[in-house]
Design a protein around this ligand. Structure first.
Ligand code: PLP
Length: 407
């Protein structure tokens, strides 16, 4: 008898997006005239940069010729890409990040979801609330979350956030073994300052904990004083793993390429207290379960670091950040308190009502769709998330409609 992994039965179904889809369907069946504008989606809308397209075509042609054909690539990623990442994205970091500490993958979703495999099942895991759901669900699947009742899992340490904490968590008084941090944050758009991130690095060093730092949106940071990488903080290379992605930076959500940094100084511990290199464990894991990202896609990602690529990516980001500014300004004018949108593509908005009530109001009165904050965790109740990933035309039209509303 094939018995299942019963931890999967502990998963709560993703009610959020199915409920949004249901409400949109109902709305559309009754209202066919006004175009619906979806401002809730966390997917990019603009096409790949031209430099990436050219590299993708050229690399695909190479695959069609005997002399340049490539079979399996290195599991950790081609060195041409890892060298470019180290030289460009971590150029002012000390101690430096070497290409050997970079693992290229097909997405930060897989990496943030899979990395917990390296840690013991009795690890105490800190998860911010609200949160990108992958961190929680992957720990539920592994059996680390315990039982679900009253809206939470009894073995997870929820790190509650609020307007007072700037919608980012502070280190708790109790001991955690693993903690997920996301900056710039999805869903709240908030970004850690160096001081706040240092508090986490110090906490992790004191507690021999590991920080799983999701920097998928680092490219949206505009303020030079904010840290783009956790390795800007002294000592972080001993306690932090960082995830980055080309998805939002360069429009790779459908193309798939990302990378994870595991410094060689980063250790976990076995039962007997012996130190073990997390880099070695992850290399072993990846070479067993992963066969790398395709050569053409890695070539396309490498083109992000060419002169033209850098300019085209900067233009893409500037376009989305202008959208974010328009959204933030309009909502602020309407008297709504906003977090994010200045260094992140998400705007987190206090509604003054419950999340779903505000969602319904925007849908019914403006034909605009947002994401109810409560779908990302209990602390998201009373908030909604707007995404800046959209065409300018849609953003302007949505904001014009909202400006006419009375609430
Ligand atoms: N991390 C965060 C915080 C995200 O919001 C997302 C995607 O929305 C991801 C990771 C996934 O990125 P990728 O497309 O590289 O899998």
């Amino acid at each position: 008898m094939a018995k299942i992994n019963e931890n999967y039965l502990q998963l709560k179904s993703s009610y959020l997006f199915s409920e949004i889809a249901k409400r949109i369907k109902e709305f559309e069946s009754k209202n066919s005239t006004q175009k619906l504008i979806k401002m809730g989606i966390g997917d990019v809308t603009e096409p790949l940069p031209e430099a990436c397209m050219q590299a993708l075509h050229a690399a695909t042609d190479e695959m069609g010729k005997r002399e340049s054909f490539k079979g399996y690539g290195p599991e950790q990623g081609y060195s041409f890409l890892r060298e470019l990442i180290a030289a460009n994205d971590f150029k002012n970091i000390s101690p430096s990040i070497s290409p050997d500490e970079i693992f290229v993958s097909d997405g930060s979703k897989c990496d943030t979801g899979n990395l917990q495999e390296l840690f013991s099942l009795d690890s105490v895991v800190g998860i911010p609330d609200p949160v990108y759901p992958v961190y929680l669900d992957s720990n539920v699947m592994a059996g680390r979350a315990g039982n679900f009742s009253d809206g939470s899992y009894n073995k997870i340490k929820y790190l509650n956030t609020s307007l007072e904490t700037g919608f980012l968590p502070n280190p708790p008084s109790e001991k955690l073994d693993l903690v997920y941090l996301c900056s710039p944050n999805n869903p709240t758009g908030a970004v850690f300052t160096k001081e706040r991130l240092k508090a986490w690095v110090d906490y992790a060093r004191q507690n021999k904990a590991i920080i799983l730092f999701d920097a998928a949106y680092f490219a949206f940071i505009q303020d030079e004083n904010l840290p783009k990488s956790i390795y800007e903080i002294e000592g972080a290379n001993e306690v932090a793993i960082e995830f980055r992605s080309f998805s939002k930076t360069a429009g790779f959500t459908g193309t798939r390429c990302a990378y994870t940094i595991i410094p060689k100084e980063c250790f976990g511990f076995s039962e007997n207290g012996e130190k073990h290199s997390l880099h070695s464990l992850w290399l072993r894991r990846q070479s067993t379960k992963f066969n790398g990202v395709s050569y053409p896609i890695q070539k396309a990602a490498a083109a992000v670091y060419s002169e033209e690529g850098k300019q085209q990516v900067a233009k893409l980001i500037a376009g989305y950040m202008k959208n974010a500014q328009i959204i933030r300004e309009e909502l602020t004018k309407k008297g709504l308190k906003c977090v994010g949108g200045d260094n992140a593509p998400y705007i987190w908005v206090e509604t003054g009502t419950d999340s779903w009530q505000f969602f319904d109001m925007l849908l019914n009165k403006a034909s605009v769709v947002c994401t109810p904050g409560v779908g990302f965790g209990k602390c998201g109740e009373g908030y909604i998330r707007f995404s800046a990933f959209n065409s300018r035309e849609n953003v302007e039209e949505a904001m014009t409609r909202i400006s006419r509303l009375e609430f």
